[in-house]
Design a protein around this ligand. Structure first.
Ligand SMILES: Nc1nc2c(c(=O)[nH]1)N[C@H]1C(S)=C(S)[C@@H](COP(=O)(O)OP(=O)(O)OC[C@H]3O[C@@H](n4cnc5c(N)ncnc54)[C@H](O)[C@@H]3O)O[C@H]1N2
Ligand code: MOO
Length: 402
């Protein structure tokens, strides 16, 4: 019999045992920074933009000069010059004057509004007629509107998106300090498993967990190190685990977690280190294992791919993110259930769901059926002592990242 702990208890133990683990930091060029966790706050040292800049093609004006003008009573201004893209402008706008400024070019000093070309006429005698008033600040960006020196633009722990990399480029960064990506060794165990690309014989199945977990590790900022498929033999598994621990920061090993005679993982962990947990009050995921070998975390994930996926998501992924100092919060949405779901297992249950028409559709699943998970937008959690959820009940969906 397994002595089961709740997901929360296992996470507390993980925090106690591995809370201090940090992958360290390294500098990378922006081209390699996507998805990486910032090792420190990024603080601006310059103004963005660093000059007052037009957002339209038109005339820079003093707003007071065009106040109240109209089609029938235009304001007549004197053209004092032209601003050119990428070039500084030395003109100081005087009352009654305007300057032609293309989109993105610098405004003259004293200008506080832009009038679009469509609302003006050039009389080609040095006079520009303005037919529409412009409020102060209209159609322009002031120096520092985006960023001012000293401002924290991106906080430590943020995992960089394409837009964040755009912000770093705007600040003049070419390199950024990010958490080193933890290396995660991945092993699959099972006499029935064959690697991708091989023909299946009777009774064999393809290794789903290694490619799936490798992708999940990458998505969480780690470097997957898939180390192949092992036969269900304690000595073989022990040698492979022993070798993997030298070069990884975390080990994921799937299959062989249950109580069958061939399930050797608990014995291997006890031989090489310490078995901390064997059994989690989760469905799927009951036989999940947590261990420590040479100070490093080892997750024994159930062979069933859906169970392996959920246990990675609930236990290994948050630790992997914390090792990078990264934010660990999942995104959630709340919506009513499209149909009732029963649950009476005495274990917290994870149910994959699809979201459509603002309703949550539970996907009937057994933990061995991977395609049910592939179509899911996220999952709901049914607490351990709850017998189920009714149709129309408002539920919180944890979203999978696409
Ligand atoms: N007597 C009991 N039997 C089982 C229990 C239990 O408590 N008592 N728990 C069940 C639960 S829950 C699960 S989950 C599984 C976990 O089993 P193992 O972790 O020992 O995994 P295996 O037996 O090796 O495999 C289970 C299942 O998954 C398939 N599998 C394994 N590895 C992969 C892989 N890399 N890719 C795709 N599929 C994989 C394997 O062929 C089996 O069908 O134990 C229950 N039994
Ligand atoms: O972990 Mo098992 O997949 O609960 O059935």
């Amino acid at each position: 019999m397994l002595h089961v702990s709740s997901i929360a208890e296992v996470n507390d133990l993980i925090a106690q045992r591995f809370g201090e683990l940090s992958s360290g930091a390294e500098d990378v060029p922006l081209s390699q920074a996507l998805g990486r966790a910032l090792a420190a706050d990024v603080t601006a040292t310059e103004f963005v933009p660093n000059f007052n800049r037009s957002t339209v093609d038109g005339y820079a004006v003093i707003a007071a000069d065009v106040f109240g003008c109209s089609e029938s009573i235009p304001s007549l201004l004197t053209l004092a010059g032209e601003s050119h893209m990428g070039q500084p402008l030395t003109i100081q706008l005087q009352k009654g004057q305007c300057v032609y400024v293309p989109t993105g070019a610098e405004l003259p000093a004293n200008a506080d509004a832009m009038v679009m070309l469509e609302n003006a006429d050039d009389f080609h005698d040095g006079t520009i007629a303005i037919y529409k008033p412009a409020a102060p600040g209209a159609n322009l960006i002031y120096r520092g509107d985006d960023v001012k020196p000293g401002q924290v633009v991106l906080p430590a722990g943020l995992r960089l998106t394409a837009a964040d990399i755009g912000a770093l480029a705007a600040l003049g960064s070419t390199q950024v300090s990010v958490a080193r990506a933890p290396r995660v060794a991945i092993l699959s165990t099972g006499d029935e498993l064959v690697a991708a690309g091989q023909t299946l014989q009777a009774g064999q199945i393809r290794d789903v967990n290694a490619p799936m977990l490798a992708a999940a590790v990458s998505a969480a900022g780690g470097i997957p190190d898939p180390r192949g498929i092992l036969h269900d033999e304690q000595a073989v598994i022990q040698a492979a685990v022993d070798a993997a621990m030298d070069s990884c920061d975390m080990l994921l090993i799937s299959g062989g977690t249950s109580v069958g005679v061939k399930d050797a993982i608990p014995a291997v962990i006890s031989a090489l280190g310490e078995l901390l947990v064997h059994g989690v009050a989760a469905k799927p995921g009951k036989p999940t294992i947590l261990g420590e070998i040479r100070g490093k975390p080892v997750f024994g994930l159930p062979g069933n791919p859906v169970a392996a996926y959920f246990m990675f998501h609930m236990l290994a992924r948050p630790l992997l993110l914390r090792m990078q100092g990264a934010q660990t919060e999942d995104r959630h949405v709340s919506a009513p259930l499209a149909r009732a779901v029963s649950s009476n297992h005495g274990r917290e249950e994870f149910v994959p769901v699809a979201l459509s028409e603002e309703r949550v559709h539970p996907i009937a699943s057994k933990s061995g059926l991977i395609t049910t998970l592939a179509g899911a937008d996220g999952f709901i959690r049914i607490p351990r002592d709850c017998e189920g959820l009714s149709r129309d009940e408002l539920v919180e969906v944890t979203l999978f990242k696409r």
